[in-house]
Ligand binder design. Structure first.
Ligand SMILES: NC(=O)c1ccc[n+]([C@@H]2O[C@H](COP(=O)([O-])OP(=O)(O)OC[C@H]3O[C@@H](n4cnc5c(N)ncnc54)[C@H](O)[C@@H]3O)[C@@H](O)[C@H]2O)c1
Length: 352
């Protein structure tokens, strides 16, 4: 299968590696900065480069593309790719907000396109194990946090914070909730189902409207579960299970057991593995599962490429991306209004 990568910035490396490991031929690299696409061409002789993504989409031999541009450009590129008949793996967050994501999902469904959202953390073996351990269990409550060691974003130079904040708001859709929190929201959705209501509080950098650096929320799920969510850019350089400042944990309490997962520093998957522990409240047994440090981006790409080849629907589809964006919007609205917000989904969204 021939693949194209659109947007050759920070995140693209993981998709390039993922396509290669999935057995794809890297055929195109596209970026408005020719140095970035050229750097990949040097690694993959025979591949082509362009500054215009439409050139990639016009190549009939390309079957699949990874959309790795900033989020503000996802909608335009994703819809053009779907219209051109390409399978799409789009980085998260899918949209700048829920309405933006919805527009892509409706378009993909209308065209019967393949649209996957890059919530790759689901593919850590420890997360797959957690999902298996929770099969058939009644989840009562969840505590989920992502603390990320970017102190400059919390207590930095105000003018730098404002510049970063304005950029993130305008091109990514927000601050810590969009960047780190969206993964945790996706996992909450994956484990607990659909949220029905939300209360929340965002702390924004003074003078940088729309740039959240610390967020708390309570989600009430249709299943009856309640989750406390927190996302925070912090100063604690030694926090987290690997003591490197990256502190992500999801503790899931069921009627007869508890499952805890820790996810590792996101861009060093070769050094770190996620882990899961299981406590059986009835027998008192406690088990911890450790895994090889595998790259969840690659595992995601392999799974989606296999599904494209077999004519199946995506594993993490556009609607999953839409739900995370709905959750983000709900926290923002709850924080703005100070009220508990009822969460509604578009009627076209399939209920899985
Ligand atoms: N999954 C994760 O954990 C994770 C982590 C970081 C970023 N992301 C997501 O990845 C996406 C990209 O983020 P990034 O950090 O790689 O940003 P980046 O700025 O490093 O890369 C974006 C690239 O897109 C290029 N670009 C801009 N306009 C273009 C156009 N019209 N056509 C082609 N290329 C164009 C830029 O030149 C740049 O090289 C965002 O949606 C972000 O939310 C996901």
């Amino acid at each position: 299968m021939k693949a194209g990568v659109i947007g050759c910035g920070t995140i693209s490396k993981f998709h390039v590696d993922g396509f290669r490991e999935a057995g794809c031929e890297l055929a195109w690299f596209c970026d408005i900065d020719p140095n970035r696409s050229k750097a990949y061409q040097d690694l993959y002789p025979g591949s082509k480069t362009t500054a215009d993504y439409r050139e990639v989409l016009a190549d009939p031999e390309v079957s699949i593309v990874a959309v790795c541009t900033l989020t503000s450009l996802h909608n335009e590129v994703v819809k053009a790719a779907i219209a051109a008949g390409k399978a799409v793996i789009c980085e998260k967050t899918l949209g700048m907000n829920a309405a933006d994501a919805l527009d892509m999902c409706l378009f993909a469904d209308e065209k019967k396109g393949f649209l996957s959202t890059g919530y790759m953390k689901r593919f850590f073996p420890a997360l797959q194990k957690a999902k298996e351990l929770l099969e058939g269990k009644k989840i009562v409550s969840v505590y989920a946090r992502t603390y990320q060691p970017f102190p400059g974003l919390y207590l930095g130079d105000p003018s730098q914070q404002k510049a970063t904040g304005d950029f993130l708001r305008d091109y990514m859709g927000g601050g810590v909730v969009v960047c780190g929190g969206s993964h945790i929201m996706d996992l909450l959705h994956w484990f607990c189902g659909l949220p029905a209501a939300c209360a929340g509080q965002l702390d924004t950098v003074p003078g940088a409207e729309g740039f959240d650096r610390d967020a708390n929320a309570l989600f009430w799920f249709e299943s009856g579960a309640v989750a406390h969510f927190e996302a925070y850019w912090h100063e604690y350089r030694r926090g987290g299970f690997e003591q490197n400042g990256w502190d992500e944990e999801i503790r899931i309490n069921c009627t007869d057991c508890a499952v805890t997962v820790n996810t590792p520093l996101w861009h060093k998957p070769e050094n770190n593995a996620a882990r899961v522990s299981f406590m059986d409240a009835v027998s008192g047994d406690y088990r911890e599962y450790r895994y090889e440090a595998l790259n969840s981006f690659t595992l995601h790409e392999i799974e989606e490429v296999r599904r494209v080849a077999e004519g199946k629907a995506p594993s993490v589809d556009g609607w999953d991306g839409y739900v995370a964006d709905v959750m983000i919007d709900a926290v923002k609205e709850a924080s703005r209004t100070g009220k508990k917000v009822k969460i509604a989904y578009h009627e076209a969204m399939p209920r899985k």
